[in-house]
Design a protein around this ligand. Structure first.
Ligand SMILES: [Ca+2]
Ligand SMILES: [Ca+2]
Ligand SMILES: [Ca+2]
Length: 374
């Protein structure tokens, strides 16, 4: 792969469809920038979260219950965790979001959220493991017994600038009432200390809840000024892209997308509902997001890169894509959307970018996880 480092930018795709052969390349043009697409890892099942670690490896969860640590130069990887999850990866539960401790060099802890079987029901828990240089060991429960289901389990994790775990949860697909119930952890964005306790400066110091009225969010990232962006699956219409603010109500199930019907306007006026920056109808299944602002692709400066899986039941496959949501200078609005990789007909689940790779000369690498399971 080193022979392609002359390019200013390389897009490497994590794929479970292409044959594991010779890192075949395809080039793409974005304005004056040429991107080179390379299959980095193939043959894996249901990649869900990918993130760039401070060790310059890509860390990936598979919904089937595995965590992989991938060498981004060779594509070689090791399985560093393999746990039992509800459904073994079928339907929507399984091993989902992951985040690394913000001071990973001195505290090599990995936060994970996964669904587990509890009798006939599905539950979800937030846990942490310790990286011992070879494997993830010693599970510690941080939050246990969160209601789950075979659909709508969220769940992305990110670490905030003030070192809290931010976690999305789904509404469990039982009508959405849990999303408006402040005593429930479902349909929320939660804010959690790194040791699993409730931050004293949460809106309610006895509750993890940071924001509410969410349906099923599987995208969460910070912008450079501390703005927390979120993507969220709608029911049939109104997939959403939001800015998360503390104590705000995001409307579900009473409001879908903007407050633009009479009943929605009544609810929104009475409940301080925060409307999305952008919505998509019919749903296109918006997913993992990452803030981008790097000179390697000046055409994408100050944008959100978002994986889009392609909508309901595979009937709108042309919606499968990677979207670039261009932001206003203040980051508070979306000014336009560009769509890439629209012909691949694959479900783009997540995005990550290299944060440094000092031993190599390329400007930046950028990675996608995708699979062809409709
Ligand atoms: Ca990610
Ligand atoms: Ca909403
Ligand atoms: Ca609406």
């Amino acid at each position: 792969m080193k022979r392609i480092l002359g390019f200013s930018f390389v897009a490497c795709l994590l794929s479970c469809t292409a044959p594991l052969t010779n890192h075949a390349q395809t080039t793409w043009t974005v304005g004056n920038t040429t991107l080179t697409e390379t299959d980095l890892v193939t043959g894996i099942s249901l990649p869900w979260e990918i993130l760039w670690g401070p060790d310059d490896y890509i860390w990936a969860t598979l919904r089937t219950g595995k965590v992989l640590r991938i060498d981004p130069e060779t594509g070689n990887y090791t399985t560093i965790l393999d746990i039992a999850v509800a459904g073994s990866g079928s339907s929507e539960p399984g091993l989902l979001g992951m985040a690394l401790h913000p001071d990973f060099a001195s505290t090599p802890e990995v936060f994970l959220v996964y669904c587990y079987a509890s009798g006939n029901s599905v539950k979800e828990r937030l846990v942490k493991y310790t990286w011992d240089g070879t494997a993830l060991t010693g599970e510690t429960n941080l939050i246990n017994n969160i209601p789950g289901n075979w659909i709508h389990d969220g769940s992305r994790l990110v670490i905030s600038p003030d070192n809290k775990i931010m976690m999305t949860t789904g509404d469990t697909g039982t009508g959405g009432d849990l999303s408006q119930d402040m005593s429930s952890l479902n349909g929320k964005v939660l804010r959690i200390n790194l040791d699993g306790t409730i931050p004293a400066d949460n809106p309610d110091p006895s509750s993890y809840v940071w924001s509410f009225g969410h349906r099923n969010s599987q995208g969460l990232c910070y912008g450079p000024t501390g703005i927390l962006y979120e993507s969220e699956h709608g029911q049939n219409s109104s997939d959403e892209f939001n800015i998360i603010e503390v104590s705000r109500n995001y409307g579900w199930p009473d409001v879908e997308g903007a407050c633009n019907t009479a009943s929605e306007q009544t609810f929104c006026n009475g409940n301080n509902v925060k409307e999305p920056l952008k919505e998509w109808s019919p749903c296109v299944a918006v997913n993992g997001i990452s803030y981008y602002d790097h000179p390697a692709i000046p055409e994408w400066s100050n944008s959100i890169i978002m994986g889009v899986m392609g909508g309901l039941n595979g009937t709108t496959s042309s919606n499968d894509r990677v979207s670039v949501l261009h932001l206003s200078t203040d980051g508070l609005s979306v000014t336009s959307e560009d769509k890439y990789f629209t012909t691949l007909n694959q479900r783009f689940r997540d995005v990550c970018e290299s944060i440094h790779w000092s031993n190599l000369c390329c400007a930046q690498w950028w990675f996608l996880s995708r699979n062809n399971t409709k």
